[in-house]
Design a protein. Structure first.
Length: 366
């Protein structure tokens, strides 16, 4: 589908590509489309043709800055500068009142933002913008009794209603924002898909970090991969297996200990060779109930049930409730949805249930 005039270009392209470069974009697209018949290749080539000069300029700036400051301040990539540049383009469009009178184009305003960012990173001026992109800068805060990293998105556990989460400052408080469809693929490396998403969701106007829209749009920025944006996760998969102790036929419930961490005051080693501390278990239980509650058939396949009752029982909790137990652990009731699985429970063939999650492993003295 060749474009006869610049006005025929997709709206996302016209909103993103400067007017003086739209003709070049159209010519390259039409030429590649005629040669290959591939719309995807044609758009990729067209985007590359209008971005080449800008990318090389940013790469040179990053190279020079790293040579001068990288050893002490940490390196800055061309992708990071590209993200700063694109934010400058967005700010020019959405907040024209902030643009200085001597600025004649959004490209000039965006490059000025890049230069300002490099001075901030070098410590030559106070940080007033793009603080989340500065090298080695991750601000910490407390959220519900835990230390968390601010403005660093992370993947939520499988089964969660959203794909990502991030902790942000909302006034004097810390807020957890969840965003992104678990079934949606982020194709930010595809210029057409990226431009279409950002235009469709009006991303240039999304400036409030406390909203899901801001972070969804941020995931579709050019300049770095999704992996680069996500907080590093040094946790490992942890699987808990509990014995079924009681069933409720009418409600299809199975009761049991999902985890036993001590018995008669002695720590127990689980099947993975780990010892779980009481406070660690309670925090893990809270997160599981808040975000997941999924039951599977021995850690595999689709969801077959859901945890509907949960009771972390530690010595401290037991004493406060007047409950005496020789065990510390996690008691649950799992509601079984799957007919085949319930038949296995009823026949006695299935005598245990499993719950999976993640945990950080650390060495302890014998």
């Amino acid at each position: 589908m060749p474009f006869s005039t610049n006005a025929d270009l997709p709206k996302a392209v016209r909103q993103t590509v400067p007017e003086e470069k739209q003709g070049k974009f159209r010519q390259v697209f039409n030429s590649v489309m005629e040669d290959t018949g591939s719309e995807q290749r044609a758009f990729r080539a067209a985007w590359s043709s209008v971005e080449k000069v800008k990318t090389s300029t940013l790469a040179e700036k990053a190279k020079n800055w790293n040579a001068r400051h990288g050893a002490k301040k940490g390196n800055i990539s061309a992708k990071t500068l590209r993200a700063v540049y694109d934010r400058g383009i967005g700010a020019y469009k959405t907040n024209p009142g902030s643009v200085r009178p001597n600025v004649t184009s959004k490209e000039q305003w965006a490059m000025a933002r890049v230069n300002s960012f490099l001075k901030i990173a070098a410590g030559q001026k106070a940080a007033s913008h793009d603080k989340d992109l500065l090298p080695g800068r991750t601000e910490k805060a407390e959220f519900r009794g835990e230390k968390v990293s601010l403005d660093k998105p992370f993947r939520l556990p499988k089964g969660s209603a959203k794909k990502f989460g991030v902790y942000v400052k909302s006034g004097d408080k810390v807020k957890k924002v969840t965003f992104g469809s678990p079934t949606m693929e982020i194709r930010r490396d595809d210029p057409k898909a990226r431009a279409n998403f950002r235009a469709r969701h009006n991303c240039d106007s999304k400036t409030d970090k406390t909203t899901a829209g801001y972070w969804s749009c941020k995931m579709w920025e050019s300049g770095s991969s999704v992996s680069d944006m996500l907080a590093k996760d040094d946790s490992e998969q942890m699987n808990l297996e509990g014995q079924i102790l009681k069933t409720d036929d009418e409600q299809r419930l199975v009761y049991g200990w999902a985890s036993v961490i001590t018995e008669d005051g002695k720590p127990l080693v689980d099947r993975q060779g780990d010892v779980i501390e009481a406070d660690t278990m309670v925090k893990a239980v809270n997160k599981f109930m808040e975000h997941i509650r999924v039951g599977k058939m021995m850690h595999k396949g689709d969801q077959v049930g859901q945890v509907v009752h949960s009771m972390p029982l530690t010595n401290e909790i037991g004493e406060s409730l007047g409950i005496s137990s020789s065990r510390e652990g996690w008691i649950v009731a799992l509601k079984v949805f799957d007919d085949e699985v319930w038949s296995l429970v009823k026949s006695g063939q299935l005598t245990a249930f499993s719950i999976g999650g993640k945990a950080k492993r650390k060495e302890v003295d014998d």
